[in-house]
Structures are given as structure tokens and as C-alpha cells.
Design a protein around this ligand. Structure first.
Ligand SMILES: Nc1nc2c(c(=O)[nH]1)N[C@H]1C(S)=C(S)[C@@H](COP(=O)(O)O)O[C@H]1N2
Ligand SMILES: [Mo]
Length: 203
């Protein structure tokens, strides 16, 4: 029997033991925040930025930057896990829940493909971006999200490997049928659950 109080005590006195249950298999904890980007960092001016929910290439709903920052945001503390084996515990974000955005359009899609400035894409089941599991985050540790980490806004889907958290995200394409994104096309696992070590196709 472990109470939250005694667990907190042990975590402070023995950090390694406290981290154990938070670390998926094959991962190690890092203190710094590595930057992993395929290609250059885009710098889209906020006046040109928008977030769009599309279906069949057609915009169903678009928010400008001022409209987007006026949407209800949540503060999120999350552990993030990169497929290259680093994990960062207790990161602090603020973002609009993806479920809120999807609720603004009528749809029965089963999958989404997130798309970003620079051409990056990643696919997710709608069930994995619903109800407190995914956000479009625009702040990190209380400050605007730095460009190298995906600012002005990135997807945050902490329960899956971090490649699913698309940086510089500009919208979601609603899909009836699943479709691999950028890294999924290059042999990464289609779903990417760190607790099941779904790193590469076939894992
Ligand atoms: N647009 C875009 N998003 C991306 C990537 C990328 O190359 N381009 N890399 C992914 C990968 S593999 C990881 S691990 C994380 C890294 O985020 P970070 O650079 O903020 O640590 O972003 C993910 N999102
Ligand atoms: Mo990654």
C-alpha cells in the first residue's frame, strides 16, 4: 500500500526509483531538451499563420492566430518519449485540446493526418486525439514555444512517441482511412506506443 505522500517522499529522496515507473522500456531520462527536426525550422509570421481542419483537401474550419489564442487552453504537465530513446519527465505546456477543435466541425472521421509548415505529416487515430490526450500547444514552461521546438504551435500527444507531436502544425486532415505520415512512411511504427516499444514497423 503506497499513499501519494509516501511516494512523493521517496521520489525526492531517491529520484531514480521515482522515475522508474514513468520510463517506458528502452528509454533514459534527459534533463535538457534535444531538438530533432527533419529539415530547416520554418518561421511563419503570425499574420500568415492559421490552423485549419480539412476534409478531402477542403477547409471546414480555420482559425487565425488571434482567433486561435483566444480559444480555451489547458495547462498540461506531461512526460515525453522520443523514439531515439530519450524521455523528458514533467514538461509543462499550454495548449488548446484537439478535442475542442474537432468538436467545432461535424465529422465521423476515424483518423487524422496532422500537417505542418515544411511538409511534415503524421497520422493518428481520432480516438487518440480525443478527450485530454492531445493538444495544439503554443507555450512551453510558461513562455511562447520556441521555433526550434515547433513554435508558434505544435501538436502535443505525449502518450505516443514524440514524432507524433508534429512541430509547426498548421492543421488536421480528417480521414476515413488511415494513411501513413512522414516518418511512418520511412519505417517508423504506424501507431507508436512507447509502453509497447512500437518504434518501427513490425515492432
Ligand atoms: N514538423 C516536424 N515535426 C516534428 C519533427 C520534424 O522533423 N518536423 N520531428 C519529430 C520528432 S522525431 C521528434 S522526437 C520531436 C522532437 O521535438 P523537439 O525538437 O521539440 O524535441 O518532434 C517531432 N515533430
Ligand atoms: Mo524522434
Amino acid at each position: 500500500m503506497t499513499s501519494p505522500v509516501s511516494r512523493g517522499f521517496h521520489r525526492r529522496s531517491r529520484p531514480a526509483a521515482g522515475e522508474a515507473g514513468k520510463l517506458p522500456p528502452g528509454q533514459h531520462v534527459t534533463g535538457d531538451f534535444p531538438v530533432l527536426s527533419f529539415g530547416p525550422t520554418p518561421h511563419t509570421p503570425l499574420q500568415e499563420w492559421s490552423f485549419t481542419i480539412r476534409r478531402g483537401g477542403q477547409a471546414l474550419r480555420t482559425w487565425s492566430w488571434p482567433e486561435f489564442v483566444a480559444l480555451p487552453a489547458e495547462t498540461v504537465t506531461a512526460d515525453i518519449h522520443c523514439v531515439t530513446r530519450w524521455s523528458k519527465l514533467g514538461t509543462l505546456w499550454s495548449g488548446v485540446p484537439v478535442s475542442f477543435l474537432l468538436d467545432q466541425v461535424e465529422h465521423d472521421a476515424q483518423f487524422v493526418l496532422a500537417f505542418s509548415d515544411g511538409g511534415y505529416t503524421t497520422n493518428l487515430p481520432v480516438g487518440d486525439v480525443s478527450g485530454g490526450q492531445a493538444w495544439v500547444a503554443s507555450s512551453y514552461e510558461g513562455k511562447p514555444l520556441p521555433a526550434e521546438h515547433g513554435g508558434p504551435a505544435r501538436l502535443l500527444v505525449p502518450h505516443l512517441y514524440f514524432w507524433k507531436s508534429a512541430k509547426w502544425v498548421r492543421g488536421l486532415e480528417l480521414l476515413d482511412q488511415d494513411m501513413p505520415g512522414f516518418w511512418e512512411n520511412y519505417g517508423y511504427h504506424n501507431y507508436g506506443d512507447p509502453w509497447r516499444e512500437q518504434r518501427y514497423a513490425g515492432d
